[in-house]
Design a protein around this ligand. Structure first.
Ligand code: AMP
Ligand code: ZN
Ligand code: FE
Ligand code: FE
Length: 311
């Protein structure tokens, strides 16, 4: 089954409507980045939860996609090849960009992801050094071992918990890892526009993740990202209450964006929404697939990610 085929296993006699996925989660993480379950485990859990379509959206890595596809094929769970790229805003907030239905084997795309993962390693090494300077004896070797794929702050959090320096991942962020805390080192500067262009370069459908708290969203960021090629806005996210969903739905409609959604599931103790714990309307997945089909009709726009020198 191709990753753009939104149908689930079924006979030829099933009508188009019957074949639409019914239970969908378009935002999940595995051990390819900072999730706690392997791609195969995640897909098995999705099947148990009654999901028939998930997107695997690991940070800066597509390493889990083959395994997720293979497990999904045996269980009737369609897996959309996805990505999440974390970027910072000059104004101080963060903007995470999701990508869906990627031509993920694309060389230039994989080269850019490799660079982003290398930047993650340099950042994590510096964060470990800073934490050592304030007397915490965690090691890069341990953090690297906890991260099976793309390393991130949640892996440093895990190392801090092991040493009794934090009681939970969010406690580790609050004490040590968030901006302004002793272990913090800024991420390499990537503009959200460039994350959008990178995803479009791999013929993916870009969507702005969990946008509700971005201060400059309506007046500034969204128009800029739409101009760069954004096609979706994450609307049905985790615990967003109905009024937030309505606001984002209105915003998505005004900009002609697909209102994507999902749990942002990472495993226990990381994000609160369970896998499949957020309803995503089936037509959203259908629109996403149609948008991807349209992108496949045209050559991919070229784009080379250039990371700035780090001090
Ligand atoms: P990084 O990309 O290495 O900067 O790590 C950011 C990731 O850590 C996010 O994508 C979230 O999954 C997770 N994260 C960020 N803040 C928190 C927090 N306060 N508690 C738990 N997880 C968090
Ligand atoms: Zn994450
Ligand atoms: Fe995110
Ligand atoms: Fe995420």
């Amino acid at each position: 089954m191709s990753d753009t085929n939104l149908g689930v296993a079924g006979g030829d006699t099933t009508s188009h409507v019957d074949r639409l996925p019914r239970r969908i989660d378009l935002h999940t993480h595995s051990t390819a980045s900072d999730g706690l379950y392997t791609p195969a485990e995640l897909v098995r859990m999705a099947s148990t939860a009654g999901l028939d379509l998930i997107a695997l959206t690991d940070h800066d890595s597509t390493a889990g996609i083959d395994e997720a596809h293979a497990t999904g094929a045996g269980l009737g769970v369609s897996v959309v090849a996805g990505i999440e790229i974390n970027t910072d805003l000059p104004s101080g907030g963060v903007a995470h960009v999701l990508g869906y239905h990627l031509d993920w084997r694309h060389d230039a795309f994989q080269g850019a992801l490799e660079e982003l993962r290398a930047a993650r390693e340099r950042r994590a090494i510096r964060m470990v050094e800073k934490l050592n300077q304030v007397g915490l004896d965690i090691t890069w070797a341990r953090v690297r071992a906890l991260a099976q794929g793309a390393v991130g702050r949640p892996h440093i959090a895990q190392a801090l918990i092991e040493k009794g320096r934090a009681t939970s991942v969010s406690d580790a962020f609050d004490r040590w890892l968030s901006k302004g805390r002793p272990g913090f080192v800024p991420r390499v500067r990537v503009l959200p526009e460039d994350a959008v262009r990178l995803i479009r370069g791999a013929r993916g459908v870009p969507s702005l993740a969990h946008p509700a708290y971005i201060q400059t969203l309506e007046d500034d960021l969204l128009p800029r990202l739409v101009a760069a090629g954004l096609l979706g806005l994450e609307t049905y996210y985790g615990e967003y209450p109905p009024e937030t969903v309505e606001r984002l739905k209105g915003l998505a409609d005004r900009h002609g964006l697909i209102p994507t959604g999902g749990s942002d599931y990472h495993g226990p103790g990381l994000h609160p929404t369970p896998l499949g714990g957020r309803f995503v309307p089936p037509e959203v997945a259908e629109r996403l697939g149609q948008a991807a089909e349209e992108l496949r009709q045209a050559p991919a726009p070229g784009f080379a990610l250039e990371l700035p020198e780090e001090e």
